[in-house]
Design a protein around this ligand. Sequence first.
Ligand SMILES: Cc1cc2nc3c(=O)[nH]c(=O)nc-3n(C[C@H](O)[C@H](O)[C@H](O)COP(=O)(O)OP(=O)(O)OC[C@H]3O[C@@H](n4cnc5c(N)ncnc54)[C@H](O)[C@@H]3O)c2cc1C
Ligand SMILES: *[C@@H]1O[C@H](CO)[C@@H](O)[C@H](O)[C@H]1NC(C)=O
Ligand SMILES: *[C@@H]1O[C@H](CO)[C@@H](O)[C@H](O)[C@H]1NC(C)=O
Ligand SMILES: *[C@@H]1O[C@H](CO)[C@@H](O)[C@H](O)[C@H]1NC(C)=O
Ligand SMILES: *[C@@H]1O[C@H](CO)[C@@H](O)[C@H](O)[C@H]1NC(C)=O
Ligand SMILES: *[C@@H]1O[C@H](CO)[C@@H](O)[C@H](O)[C@H]1NC(C)=O
Ligand SMILES: *[C@@H]1O[C@H](CO)[C@@H](O)[C@H](O)[C@H]1NC(C)=O
Ligand SMILES: *[C@@H]1O[C@H](CO)[C@@H](O)[C@H](O)[C@H]1NC(C)=O
Length: 505
Amino acid sequence: MHSFNLKLVALAAWAAAVSATEPSASRHQLRASWCDFSKLGSHLSKGAQIYLPGTSDFDNAVARWSNLKVPKSNAVVVPATELDVVETIKFANEQKVPYLAANGVHGSITTLGKMTHGIEILLTGLNSVEIAADGQSAKIGGGIRSKNLTDALWAAGKQTVTGTCECVGYLGPALGGGHGWLQGHHGLVSDQFLSMNVALANGSLVTIDQKSDLFWAMKGAGHNFGIVTSVTSKIFDIQNRNYAVSTIFFSGDKVKKVYQTANEQWLTNGTAIPEDLNNWSYWFYDPTIDASGPVVVMYIIQEGVDAVSETHTKPFLDIGPIMVQNKTGDYRDLANWTGISLADGPCQKTGNANPRFPIYLKSYNPDAQAEVYELFKQATTNASTPFAGALFMFEGYAVQGVQALSDDASAFAYRSDNLLVAPLLSYKPNGPALERRAADLGNRMRDVLFRGSGESSLNTYVNYAYGNENAKAWYGADEARQQRLRALKKAYDPTGKFSFYAPIA
Ligand SMILES: Cc1cc2nc3c(=O)[nH]c(=O)nc-3n(C[C@H](O)[C@H](O)[C@H](O)COP(=O)(O)OP(=O)(O)OC[C@H]3O[C@@H](n4cnc5c(N)ncnc54)[C@H](O)[C@@H]3O)c2cc1C
Ligand SMILES: *[C@@H]1O[C@H](CO)[C@@H](O)[C@H](O)[C@H]1NC(C)=O
Ligand SMILES: *[C@@H]1O[C@H](CO)[C@@H](O)[C@H](O)[C@H]1NC(C)=O
Ligand SMILES: *[C@@H]1O[C@H](CO)[C@@H](O)[C@H](O)[C@H]1NC(C)=O
Ligand SMILES: *[C@@H]1O[C@H](CO)[C@@H](O)[C@H](O)[C@H]1NC(C)=O
Ligand SMILES: *[C@@H]1O[C@H](CO)[C@@H](O)[C@H](O)[C@H]1NC(C)=O
Ligand SMILES: *[C@@H]1O[C@H](CO)[C@@H](O)[C@H](O)[C@H]1NC(C)=O
Ligand SMILES: *[C@@H]1O[C@H](CO)[C@@H](O)[C@H](O)[C@H]1NC(C)=O
């Protein structure tokens, strides 16, 4: 029998801890308290850990980025090997307790709150990166985070598509498609996958690739089907080390003109944002820059140059910004420039609720932009508003690599959209009334953009979703797509073990 690192072994301690944190333990929680973790421990590898309530390890492991409808667990297992994940699933199935994988803990869809008890499987120990001898692919652990992967590859002169935020998991984004700076060249994060190891609901570990029907589903609806313990992904020689950004700040009265220009420059002429360019804009209220309302900040990010070309910036500079900042650096600076590095706010656990209300768009409707700006201005500048720290995100990643694949290439449904847009209404939780107020406001803002888009169905990024959308909005309204997903769900997860994150109907 293996020894293992169990922080609190005894059943009595487990039961006491559960009742201490949950004074009115439900029938389910009492049932969970019957778990004898020494049985699981004997099946785990030497490096695996189990954290129980009442320890700081447990508290750290269950704290999340968004404190809204958080999943609750009574124990955290930290696997050290891929098989530890499988053993944990088998154990949980035997004990009839729910389980949920975690890594970067930035998942925030409100459906996660349906997990009221069970086991968190914290994957952070599975963080290896092994570059293949031919330098064309790497085997990557299912619990690595974005920056760790980028750094490990960079050190070898390599790169691949990852999410942009340094503290976010690598697989969490990828299982919903996965947007990143390099998608203009190569496609989505999940488009790079060659094969993966998945621990399924029935306690088996399978290796799948393009030949498996499950592979299609994992790349867009993957959270619904299993726990990825490792993945083999394409990697590339670093193409361009140097990057430049021009950050252009406008006051709110320029909002319409800014997005008219964005459309003319990139979107309405039938061409998408060029492959070497990513441009984002954010709105946020910073009275030190503009006391009158939220600033409209355009980030024009170009690769392979030491200064963004004038052809990209001039039309915006001509509008009359408040301020312009130009920076030069390398690929690894992008997170810092856009405020999503390890040191920045989005990587801290502040106790705030952080709901987003996403919508994909093909181009901007300048009138809708102006209308939603007014709502955002009221929400952020009103005296004593709880939403002063809100951020409106307009992410215009290059899309050539994404659109090079056909719509049925994977379960990711929104290849033909060009812009990922969402208000992020960060606030300090204060009961259900405020929660409703945030939801009303977020949905109202999204609705303005939806009506302005002229689309007939709401396209959302599952990984940004609030949780009130439905499977059609997360995975595509096309009925054939829905049927295919439902059939696969029935085959691979008939009892809905993996149904806490944006469940397929
Ligand atoms: C600040 C910020 C920046 C972001 N940037 C990007 C971005 O650049 N690109 C992008 O596409 N998205 C981005 N997102 C959205 C991101 O895709 C989701 O928040 C995602 O859920 C985060 O994954 P995680 O591992 O950090 O979170 P977690 O909450 O740990 O995981 C999210 C979900 O994925 C499941 N999961 C995690 N790992 C695995 C695995 N190995 N196998 C099976 N299931 C797993 C978990 O069970 C959970 O349901 C960002 C979000 C935030 C808050
Ligand atoms: C991952 O990155 C963080 C932050 O840079 C670092 O502290 C940690 O040691 C890294 N982990 C691994 C396994 O490289
Ligand atoms: C688990 O499910 C997979 C996929 O359906 C199947 O191939 C495998 O045989 C099943 N294993 C067990 C133990 O039932
Ligand atoms: C991309 O940059 C261009 C400026 O060159 C700008 O017109 C456009 O608005 C930006 N797109 C997004 C989505 O930020
Ligand atoms: C896009 O079209 C507009 C209007 O026809 C035109 O003024 C503009 O120069 C075009 N932009 C590009 C990059 O071709
Ligand atoms: C920033 O760079 C642009 C070129 O893209 C240039 O036109 C502009 O003058 C620069 N602004 C500042 C403040 O350096
Ligand atoms: C991020 O950028 C700021 C200024 O742009 C700089 O002061 C800071 O040192 C950078 N942080 C990191 C971690 O690189
Ligand atoms: C403040 O909020 C109220 C109610 O939400 C709204 O009616 C009012 O217009 C807002 N005030 C300003 C200055 O935006």
